[in-house]
Ligand binder design. Sequence first.
Ligand code: MN
Length: 235
Amino acid sequence: MTASIYLWNPPVYSLPVRGGDRRYPINRIFCVGRNYHAHAIEMNSPVDKATARPFYFTKSPSALVESGATVPYPTGTQNYHYEMELVVAIGASGFRVSEADAQRLIYGYAAGLDMTRRDLQLIARDQGRPWDLGKNFERSAVCTDILPIGNLGVLTAGAINLQVNGKPRQSADISQLIWNIPELLADLSQFYHLEPGDLIFTGTPEGVGAVQPGDVITGHVDQIGDITLTIGPAE
Ligand code: MN
């Protein structure tokens, strides 16, 4: 047997870990839909937690962009939206974990932007089609460096907000998550073997909206960090 030779070097998608020169390699990117009541209502899809379960979509690791980047206005949309989110970074394997055991899976946290071609997402939603064109496109998963969990534990509260060109657009609190972090990890691990390198975008609060070329997005999650993204001209 000779060693296989790859036709090209497979890329490793990764994010910096805060406080050093280590990097966190990305395995998968999960995103939670409708996880703040006021956002679910603004999307005309209110959530009754008594009868609903969380739902998920995914983004390809190749869609990842580091905070601070300038991205071109994406092709195929006329309604390109920001969604400010808390991101949970998984650091240990877990399958069918209990809520009480969920914390051991958490490597750390980040602030993220789930950038969305809203017009294409809504067409897909209303026609019962997959969301990929609206959600899983190039440079659509923006993320800061990863803050190791340290003594933070399971994050249960903290301001989350976003500005466009300095003007407030989203302002909420992590405590308003419909499904909190242990509930999400317990639920998602019913369907997937969670692995180190899995990122979970936990959903956006109300106030989503469109951006245009030249706009600068800034966002903040208390205790976690600040994110920025500049929208460049269309390709
Ligand atoms: Mn989202």
